[in-house]
Design a protein. Structure first.
Length: 147
């Protein structure tokens, strides 16, 4: 385990609107407001055609080959995640979202593009006092959090 300690900074209440792509809008907002680190909670709706990364094709194969899933229709959503900078100090969202419709639910990473259906409500809490960032890891091919 590796960790760092942070303190809470500003808190933002954000409404995404119909057609907004979740990670693109949040990263744009973070850059505009000078937020490099934070945590996110989101509720609302995801539109048909949104794409989630739903795991690796094989659990221990390298390199990792991600599986994706396109939402077949509108889904109710809830998600939680983080924002940390990459090596170029760009804020990068890492958020997993559970998307449900009728009796079906799928959970995955929003990085490939989740489109807002009418509205998503986001709480963004800025984290201060830490230098945590995402750094490429040659062994896994992931951009890992370095606290």
């Amino acid at each position: 385990m590796k960790y760092s300690e942070a303190t809470q900074g500003r808190v933002f209440v954000i409404r995404l609107e119909d057609g907004d792509i979740f990670h693109e809008e949040i990263e744009r907002f973070a850059k505009e407001k000078g937020i490099l680190r934070g945590w996110l909670n989101v509720v609302g709706g995801a539109d048909k055609g949104s794409q989630l990364v739903v795991g690796p094709e094989e659990s221990r194969a390298f390199p990792v080959n991600p599986m994706t899933l396109d939402l077949y229709d509108t889904h109710e959503i809830v998600g939680t995640g983080t924002i940390f900078p990459d090596e170029a100090d760009n804020p990068v969202v890492h958020l997993h979202m559970a998307c449900g419709r009728e009796e079906n639910t799928v959970t995955g990473c929003v990085r490939n593009g989740v489109k807002t259906w009418h509205v998503m409500e986001v709480i963004l809490v800025e984290l201060l006092g830490t230098e945590t960032r995402r750094v490429p890891d040659k062994a896994t091919g992931f951009n890992l959090l370095v606290p």
